[in-house]
Design a protein. Structure first.
Length: 126
């Protein structure tokens, strides 16, 4: 399957597919003319890659865990621990965002004029 066909089948852009390949997440074979060819199984793999990216994993982490995720026979407790570490990292980021939101909400409250927040045009220098 050519890159455009894989892109259409998965919703991923051709640029993303090339990036996945550069990162070692996806493999293709080259035609004599240099065009990429993907097996039909690549559709499922791209879906998995996109799910793992949406879960907040980096491409380096995905490269580490992908073999264990795709092949149940080689799964070890390491996979759950590694994904648990990623979950803890994301939860830390969420906590940081909550703190940032609280500070910003306090600033909004502190700078209200006559009980309402004043709207500042985006072109006004701060």
């Amino acid at each position: 399957m050519r890159i455009g066909d894989l892109a259409a089948a998965t919703g991923a852009s051709a640029r993303s597919l090339r990036y996945y390949e550069e990162q070692g997440l996806l493999a293709s074979e080259r035609s004599p003319g240099g065009q990429r060819g993907y097996p039909h199984a690549a559709v499922e793999r791209v879906g998995l890659i996109r799910s793992l990216l949406a879960a907040g994993l980096t491409s380096a982490t995905i490269r580490d865990v992908l073999p264990c995720v795709t092949d149940e026979s080689i799964r070890t407790p390491w996979l759950a621990a590694r994904l648990g570490d990623e979950l803890a990292r994301v939860e830390g980021q969420i906590a940081d965002l909550h703190r940032t939101r609280d500070v910003l909400a306090e600033l909004v409250e502190n700078y209200k004029i006559n009980g309402t927040a004043e709207t500042v045009p985006s072109t006004t220098p701060v």
